[in-house]
Design a protein around this ligand. Structure first.
Ligand SMILES: Nc1ncnc2c1ncn2[C@@H]1O[C@H](COP(=O)(O)OP(=O)(O)O)[C@@H](O)[C@H]1O
Ligand SMILES: [Mg+2]
Length: 600
């Protein structure tokens, strides 16, 4: 069969498969065009998740008559004036979005340059209409109807309206986060989904305001600020405290030079930063912005530009990992306010299980002088049968308030209940500490610093263990053998398809299966160019050991022991959460407590 050049319309449809595979991708392209056009206000209207209609309206620079016609041609762009792919200053540059979208939908563009006439053009079945006068205000408005009507095979892949709408919303939020000085509004089927205004021209304040709009005030109140620099690359943003973790990866907002990306390597680096403060199935909440000199990053590796390639990937990874670690270490011992709120709601709502503090306390609302004594007796008697609410002999309600320690963030211990929860009085309220979780974390941090100081002890085998593996995996591992030996793992070549293991980190000896360990390290190297697996395994063992070596719940502590634990927590980095991201303590302010009793 003879070779022929494909007609433009078909070429565009082929490209559309990559560039606009669903409404969210089309909206992304159109909104990025609006941002590139210098818009300060962008409105998106969808109907039926965008499958039926998407309109993107902006107040940007608009297009003149000739540009409007050219904008629909393949590889026609105003954004690469110097033909330099290493100096990309716009979100777009490939000149494919408009012709691609036009090839698989019914498209209409109306536009006006300030001080000129307005024009509009339509494309149906790949055929441009003539340019007509329009009533468009300054800026541009693009309407996309019946996406994929001409390519039924693709149409079949679209999900329900609700799912497509959710994808558009999530994508727009990413763009809105990194363009805080642009106001965004989204409507779906006539209802306003969100409206993010611009309240100030102070870039930092507006960035914070936008983050609050998108992530919630909760995030701002429970997150740590990052600001780090290395080799000309700057990393800024916020990470939620680990206790604020979630069950999905969608709350990880990553940006490179103003571009929203979903890059596996970057997500991996974030994961590594949170390595030992989150359970495997939990995800951190982050909004991180990387500023990389334009010539050190290639954004032209992915048609939808969701991935990027860095000249020095190790530097970027290191910056993210250490930036996050640093912020986590530096965090003060601060209670999780979102949890407190949650707790308050639980306590305030009519409780289904037997304990109803409000109902119970009503008779005592005008306390007699012996109030606390009576109450304590009463609580004790009422609940002793089911739940044995006991106090250690030295830890009663009247445990002395230690004046000099109450000013510490975690206060002065007053009581231990259910043999695991320490109640301490602080200057502004009270905290409840989960003694087991807290102690486990402290022990773990101690193990880690011991390992950091004394290095990792390695234990040699009498005769090397031979592990057979795939050739390429062997090669990958052996390339890194020097690095592994620093962590106590000694490996050598052993002919084709096998490695010999001479020694393992003493901490791992007898605790892991060697073939499994080596395979996971090799997989890691293949996927991430870097084996975090070993460090993670070591940390896992440390954390299991910490768990076994910790004060079990159920052990009574004396007041000095409790106070010692509180002081230890204040001094130990990252002691606010256990190894799985659960909090080790919660706090109630006096104001909260008063609210519970209806005193406000
Ligand atoms: N909303 C808009 N406002 C002004 N000009 C636009 C707008 N959308 C598209 N254009 C013009 O159309 C051209 C083609 O757009 P597109 O196909 O998305 O390619 P690219 O963005 O890669 O240049 C752009 O380079 C720009 O000049
Ligand atoms: Mg574009």
């Amino acid at each position: 069969m003879p070779i022929r050049h494909l007609p433009d319309h078909l070429v565009n449809q082929i490209a559309a498969g990559e560039v606009v595979e669903r409404p969210a991708a089309a909206v992304k392209e159109l909104v990025e065009n609006s941002i590139d056009a210098g818009a300060t206000r962008i409105e998106v209207d969808l109907s039926d998740g965008g499958k039926d209609l998407m309109i993107v309206r902006d107040n940007g620079c608009g297009m003149g008559r000739e540009d409007l016609i050219a904008s629909l041609d393949r590889h026609a762009t105003s954004k690469l004036p110097d033909d330099d792919l290493w100096a990309i200053h716009y979100l777009g540059f490939r000149g494919e979005a408009l012709p691609s979208i036009a090839s698989v939908s019914r498209l209409k563009i109306s536009t006006r340059v300030r001080g000129s006439d307005a024009f509009e053009i339509e494309v149906v079945d790949g055929v441009k209409s003539s340019v007509r006068p329009s009533s468009q205000m300054e800026g541009t408005s693009v309407e996309v109807r019946d996406l994929f009507y001409s390519t039924p095979a693709r149409l079949k892949f679209l999900k329900t309206s609700a799912t497509e709408y959710a994808a558009v919303k999530e994508m727009l939020q990413r763009l809105a986060m990194v363009n805080p000085l642009v106001a965004f509004r989204l409507t779906h089927n006539g209802f306003v989904s969100f409206h993010y205004p611009v309240l100030t021209d102070d870039a930092f304040a507006q960035t914070e305001a936008r983050m609050r709009d998108i992530m919630g005030a909760d995030f701002i109140g429970n997150s740590l600020i990052l600001d780090a620099e290395r080799g000309g690359v700057r990393l800024t943003g916020r990470i939620a405290r680990p206790t604020h973790n979630v069950g999905t990866a969608v709350k990880q907002f990553l940006f490179v030079n103003g571009r929203a990306v979903r890059d596996k390597q970057l997500l991996g680096a974030v994961r590594a930063g949170f390595m030992d403060v989150l359970a495997k199935d939990r995800y951190p909440v982050v909004a991180l912005f990387l500023d990389v000199p334009a010539e050190q990053v290639d954004v032209n590796v992915h048609p939808a530009k969701a991935e990027v390639r860095f000249q020095d990937a190790a530097l970027i990874r290191g910056l993210i990992v250490s930036g996050i670690r640093h912020a986590l270490h530096a965090q003060d011992v601060k209670p999780v306010t979102s949890l407190t709120d949650h707790l308050m709601k639980r306590m305030e709502s009519p409780v289904q299980n037997s304990f109803s503090p409000r109902a119970y306390l009503t008779p005592y609302s005008s306390p007699s002088p012996s109030y606390s004594g009576v109450l304590a007796e009463h609580v004790y008697n009422a609940y002793a049968p089911q739940s044995s609410m006991e106090f250690a002999p030295s830890a009663r309600f009247d445990a002395p308030l230690e004046e000099e320690v109450v000013s510490h963030p975690l206060g002065s211990a007053r009581a231990q209940i259910h043999e695991n929860y320490i109640i301490a009085q602080t200057e502004t309220g009270m905290v409840i500490v989960d003694q087991h979780a807290a102690h486990e974390r402290l022990t773990y941090e101690r193990f880690k610093s011991q390992v950091a100081e004394n290095g990792i002890e390695s234990q040699a085998f009498l005769t090397p263990e031979i592990v057979s593996m795939d050739d390429t995996d062997c090669a990958r591992l052996l390339e890194q053998s020097e690095l592994f030996s620093k962590s106590g793992l000694e490996i050598e070549a052993f002919g084709a398809g096998a490695v010999a293991v001479r020694a393992v980190p003493a901490l791992l000896a007898g605790r892991v299966s060697l073939p499994e360990l080596l395979q996971s390290l090799a997989d890691d190297l293949r996927d991430h160019d870097k084996a975090t697996g070993l460090e993670e395994k070591l940390n896992e063992v440390l954390s299991t050991m910490a768990c076994h070596g910790s004060v079990r719940s159920g052990r009574r502590l004396t007041v000095p022991e409790m106070n010692a634990l509180l002081r230890d927590m204040e001094q130990t980095p990252m002691s606010g959460q256990c190894n799985h991201g659960r909090p080790t303590f919660v706090a109630l302010s006096l104001a909260d407590i008063e609210k519970l009793f209806g005193r406000t």
